[in-house]
Design a protein around this ligand. Structure first.
Ligand SMILES: Cc1cc2nc3c(=O)[nH]c(=O)nc-3n(C[C@H](O)[C@H](O)[C@H](O)COP(=O)(O)O)c2cc1C
Length: 142
């Protein structure tokens, strides 16, 4: 099982409806290609009109993850994508979460959108975020 974590800057003026469109596409397509993960959206500065940022974790087989990221990276709804980590999940997870049978961090989420005021924009920060969410009831995949 392979994963990729990246951050990017949302296109200025991106609307809530744009976020909904992104997540709807992502859920449907990820389900088809066996990808799961989480998409975090937030702003790094509490300034009216400050552009939003994304942090996304995608997991699945290596070819699917890398092909999907190649698509996502050229999407004009965000820019300046920066890969924070990529590789076998067992190495990236660093023991943060007990291995489930699937070896995934988000086995039941084809893609979940979570809005945060402050994004965990490093691998250790993201893994701490994922660990903290472990005990929460995760919504079932649609
Ligand atoms: C921040 C962000 C995250 C995205 N995440 C996904 C995703 O997880 N899965 C997905 O299929 N598309 C995702 N997309 C949309 C893809 O970039 C692309 O528009 C979509 O896969 C449809 O591709 P197509 O127009 O070639 O069919 C995301 C887009 C953005 C801006």
């Amino acid at each position: 099982m392979h994963a990729l974590l990246y951050r990017s800057r949302a296109r200025p003026g991106l609307l809530a409806s744009d976020l909904n469109a992104i997540i709807e596409t992502a859920e449907a397509r990820n389900h088809e290609i066996g990808i799961t993960g989480i998409l975090l959206y937030g702003q790094l500065a509490v300034v009216p009109g400050a552009p939003g940022e994304f942090v996304q974790w995608i997991e699945g087989d290596r070819e699917s993850v890398e092909a999907l990221y190649a698509d996502i990276a050229t999407d004009e709804r965000h820019f300046d994508p920066e890969v924070l980590a990529r590789g076998p999940i067992g190495e990236l997870r660093d023991g943060v979460r007990a291995a489930g049978p699937s070896g995934r961090l988000f086995p039941t989420w084809s893609m979940a959108l979570v809005r945060l005021s402050e994004l965990p924009a490093t691998l250790p920060g993201f893994l701490a975020f994922a660990r903290d969410w472990e005990g929460d009831a995760l919504p079932a995949m649609a």
